[in-house]
Design a protein around this ligand. Structure first.
Ligand code: SF4
Length: 197
């Protein structure tokens, strides 16, 4: 077995030749040659292989930061902030910066999971079936609990038995429709949203 032992003299020469501090003291720019090494010479820009760039808006909150989506051969390879946006100017907060993982995580659920009453296991069900069931139960509960007037005669036309909690990914138009349908259509009172505005 070969053991590479460097003498103190060799180590000092290596330090003076390669380390950034002595190189900067010799007048080399801290951004140019002084920052290079044999390892950095091998590095390539991570977006160099992208053959397509698309634009989008971060799905996480109401700030609405603009994003650039980089793809290679139809596969997403990176997401970063769009420097042209006056809102985020190329930056993203930690949540927005994790958008790539949101899309590409192999553990992401893509099928509806349903646990029937008294069931102990999750079942996969079709999305249409799940939507119909949610609509049916919402309407049934609303009809069973709808109150037109209070005991003192005040007209309220509401139900206090169904609530809605929206996520930050809902946009303005979706929130408008939710308020219209749930409040005006069904008489729901408890309508909230967790958006950071
Ligand atoms: S979650 Fe972060 S990156 Fe996304 S829109 Fe909000 S502030 Fe911007």
């Amino acid at each position: 077995m070969t053991v590479n032992r460097r003498t103190p003299g060799k180590r000092l020469r290596s330090f003076l030749r390669d380390w950034s501090l002595p190189r900067q003291m010799r007048g080399e720019s801290h951004k140019g040659a002084a920052a290079r090494s044999s390892a950095s010479e091998q590095l390539r820009p991570r977006l160099e292989e992208a053959d397509k760039v698309g634009t989008s808006i971060c799905p996480y909150c109401a700030v609405g930061c603009a994003q650039l989506f980089y793809a290679k051969e139809g596969q997403l390879i990176h997401v970063e902030g769009d420097p042209r946006s006056p809102i985020n100017q190329g930056t993203l907060c930690p949540k927005g910066a994790a958008t790539f993982s949101l899309i590409s995580n192999p553990d992401r659920l893509t099928k509806v999971k349903y646990r029937r009453p008294h069931g102990t296991e999750w079942e996969e069900v079709p999305l249409d079936w799940a939507m119909d069931r949610i609509a049916h139960l919402t309407k049934k509960t609303r009809d069973e609990t709808f109150v037109e007037t209070l005991p003192d005669g005040t007209q309220v036309n509401h139900t206090l038995s169904v609530a809605s909690l929206g996520g930050a990914t809902l946009d303005n138009e979706e929130n408008y429709l939710i308020k219209k349908v749930f409040s005006g259509g069904l008489g729901m009172v408890w309508i909230e949203n967790q958006a950071r505005v």
